[in-house]
Design a protein around this ligand. Sequence first.
Ligand code: MRU
Length: 368
Amino acid sequence: MKIDGVAWRPIWAEADGESAGIIDQTCLPFSFETKRLTHMAQAAEAIRVMRVRGAPLIGVTAAYGLALAMRDDPSDAALGAAYKTLHATRPTAINLRWALDRMRAVLMPLAEGERFARAWSLAGEMADEDVEINRRIGEYGLTVLRDVAERKGRVNVLTHCNAGWLATVDWGTATSPIYQAHDAGIDVHVWVDETRPRNQGGFLTAWELGQHGVEHHVIVDNAGGHLMQHGEVDLCLVGTDRTTATGDVCNKIGTYLKALAAADNQVPFYVCLPSPTIDWRVRDGVAEIPIENRAAEEVTEIDGALPDGAVARLRIASPGSQAVNPAFDVTPARLVTGLITERGIVEANEAALASIRPDALHGAIMLS
Ligand code: MRU
């Protein structure tokens, strides 16, 4: 997608062939800064402190990180150690394990001398695949938005967190149908949940949509239910960090409350789901998905720009009060209208998901 008219991705292979560039998302929207990852430890740090974030982008960054480790030491021991370090950076997004498993499976049979070159090219292939996956999610999602537009004219979408191009390698997942609808001339407007505590909605999604010229309003996280009651939301589109084989959806904290409000107001609730985000080993999302607990300071403090443009961190909770900060929640499959995947739109249940497994023999069970 474009920033001030220039095409960018949030991660790219540098021309030297042995370092990766990233957009440092901890600086947005107040400043635009890039950073060069030259060693595996820097890739791990970038994921841990969320310079890069969003499930698909975490996976691709880890792939580049593993490749950098192979450049420095292509031994089995180093491969195992880098896998362990990168895997420990963030616990919830399954794309991290998916990417590392794929890299390890390809690299282990190779001679040490071949490992770095193959790791580097595979990381690039995974980045390009992510772009194509998200483009296709957008194509399928566009049919849903077009349907609303044909009935109503304007389409009001509510989204949570940032499942935008910054969270992927391009297009985004939840934003891909929005960008494609906008580009097709559909009148689309987005309600952007600010998404406390880290404000990925107000900081990142709003910035992205603004760069692309998509009309939007940032709303506080508690406003969605009210807007739905008053007919101001036609559908919800969110991303996911891990979806179970049975269709339970883990996503940014607060997603579950939006799904409850959507169900109570008969607002369709769609989840944009790249297949690497499906954890086929997990059946019960609430019981089995590890939920990341982040620092209490993310709740008690907030970053913002002062009138002179300087960025400052403020305390916003009573001094001395403690806080807890679960970063994700699980929306049960029964609250999900449909899963928009790169292989079609399917119901959130085990049979429908099984039908889109790469090894499935039969076609997807499409929603009508
Ligand atoms: O903590 P974050 O910012 O990494 O969380 C991101 C989300 O929850 C996204 O909705 C999810 O990763 C889907 S990204 C296409």
